[in-house]
Design a protein around this ligand. Sequence first.
Ligand code: GLU
Length: 445
Amino acid sequence: MTIVTRFAPSPTGLLHVGNLRTALHNWLLAKKHGGRFLLRIDDTDSERSEETFVEAIREDLAWLGIEPDGEERQSDRFKLYDQAFDKLHEAGRVYPCYETAQELELKRKIQLGRGLPPIYDRAALELTDEDRASKAAVGEEPHWRFKLDHDAPIAWDDGIRGPVKFDPAQLSDPVIRRGDGSWLYMLPSAVDDIEMGITDVLRGEDHVSNTAAQVQMFEALGAEPPRFAHEALLVGKEGKLSKRLGSLSARALREQGLEPEALLSLLARLGTSLPVEAIVEREVLIEGFDLSTFGRAPAKFDEAELDRLNAQIVHRLPFAQVAGRVPDGMDEAGWEAIRPNLTRVDEAGEWWAVVTGTVVPPAFNEQTRFYMSQAANALKAIEWDENPWHVLTSTLKETTGRKGKELFLPLRQALTGREHGPDMGALLPLIGRETALERLEAAAA
Ligand code: GLU
């Protein structure tokens, strides 16, 4: 049996690292087994769903190279949900309810006050036909709940959590349809998973109790439930991630100039027993993907780790791959000289300005200014060959007796205007003899 997975975002906002992780894992699971990965847009909530978010979802996945093998939208599939609903209705597995949100809230409070779990009390099942008729007569539209079968425990072998068991009597019958006929997530999702032949549902552990109810929906619709796996949620370094999700949207990270491979490397293995390392080859991520490596503890998302991975990836990026993103005039030698100093590709501009722009001469004392005039003279005299930095510094070492920091640092400061930066051996040829001489002379003045 080929594996079919899906990523099912609601287009009500931008995708964040948590969503991307789910998308990536589903994609990896499918690819590892030569299967298919589908994108399902969960847009049953027409008020909150927006087309711009649908486009953003596609863009974000494309940026990461997570290419769906097909795309479906729930808003095109209402007919199927109606049919399933009718089937469940005939089988007595859905029932109409009339409580308002306030009434339900009050019931919850009373239960909690008595130390009871806030489970829906099924009061609506006690209504008679007459009760319902009189409600209909005054225009009250019911919402609908799926009636859980309390007779048998719900159980599945979770791909990450192992054997999971629920007593259905400890769950509320889930609301599946609103009074205005619109759908909540639960039933359409089960219908689609059946109809699209989804073999594996891999999602966050916040869905575990939904799964319990959905297992019964699959069965009530005459289908075998798919395999389920629930992964531990992502948390921030200081706890909850939810507050910072805005700045951790795929779009924000992309606009910050992050390499998609850095994000993939982190998200693929965070929360697993595999080492998180900078990996650019997708095959390696696919090969290593294995649910049995997933832990139960929340996975800690740390932006510093993302930067570290990004830097490692940037340090390996060949010029051809960044040519369109580097400052005008920067060539391969320039890129290779500067690359080791970058965390992000767009920082190249800063360093390129050190090569081609103006450098403010440092305020040296008299002694160092004299050293700079010696350096300027030495530079004039040396052969400008393959490695002028080496020739210059060896000459100065001999003539001035300086060594170590005393020898190198003032030169770097004069030539770049900074105390740290790329390897001078690579930088000096890029700066060029004439500019280098001007900078040394300016520092000597
Ligand atoms: N649209 C649901 C969500 O975003 C899908 C969950 C799922 O079944 O994967 O939570």
